[in-house]
Design a protein. Sequence first.
Length: 427
Amino acid sequence: MPSADDGDHDNEEAKTLRIMADNIRRIEELLRYLPLGDSTVNDLKAKIGLLRTIVLEQRAPALALVGRRGAGKSSLVNALFGEKMAEVGHVKSQTGRASWFSHKTERGTIEILDTRGMQEGSTPEEVDNARDAVSSIVAQLKKKAPDVIVFLIKASEVDSAVDADLEALERVYAEIEREHRFRPPLVALATHCDVLEPKGTRLDRAEHEPPEDVEEKLFHVSRVERHLEDKIKDRPKLVSHLVWTRGISTYMSFKDGGALRADERWRIGELITTLFKNLPDAGRGTFARIARVRGLQEELASNLTRATATICAGVAALPVPVADLVPITMLQVTLIAAIAWIAGRTLDRKAAAEFLGAMGVNVGAAFALREGARALIKFVFPGGGSMVSGGVAFAGTLAIGSAAQAYFLRNASIEEAKKAYVDASKR
């Protein structure tokens, strides 16, 4: 049951998002007065679009898992999140109807279309009204287009009637294009690589296994991957959307209460990174929050920092004195709040403003530095004042972003974050 604190957080986030939206609209209005070339203005508008999409248009990413019975679709759901989220059918087909599955945590939600297994050998425990598995999938895809399609097949079955699976996958793609005018990227996975010979050799802890056994197992995995990729390459309607083909292991075992008993996942981190890179910007923030992979969070925060710094430079180049200071400060507060949110914190502009103050960033000092540099440059390079102002804003924003990443993503102390700010400013 939601607590009062949850409601307060939701209200604060909603208020913060409204203020951020107003600030971004104000920046867009200011950019109309920029005395810059069309290409520069268009670049700034693109950067604002990135900021708007990641911060304001964030949504749950949507993945569709497609494959025959026993391919490990439900197991992959558990492997992605590291906990028991879906029941695994050991004897009979477990997933009887294609349905969008919402994985909800305090960090956000991911939508997953878990589907009926293709080429079912028995009737699933849960059934829908669709006449076959593909019809069941198509019915759900009419409701929502997935951001990425993940095709799964057992490593031991890549040479067993895989053409029928790929024909069904082509039908799925055709339906998505017809309904949504979109063809999502395709990730192909050969699952259950843990049972390839030598069966007892664990690739998730290869450093503890005999090197010759690891080499043999990896050789078998490589053969499976090549065969699967070759099969997809024979189908022009699929191969143009293929972004990744890998063998993986999703094996996890849970006790009745949900406690983890065994974990032999392999290459799941690489899979998460691949999914992140192929998601639209609107879904990346939530995915990075939930996945909690620091590298992905750092990448997203760095991209956001450079985009915000570029926008700040453009605003600072406006010929109107003082007018840029408040918008730039607003943008920097937005950047800090966004980085904290990517790290899993509540989206809170007040906390972001306090962090900015803790860094010793003073609006009056920034104005004196900028105007002093602008005045000095007039004697050396007439007309260059705006350029200097833009450079100061760009460098200062990069430094603030570096400090925020250190503090929120790497758990640095406030003093360490100040040092990151100073070091970045010097660079």
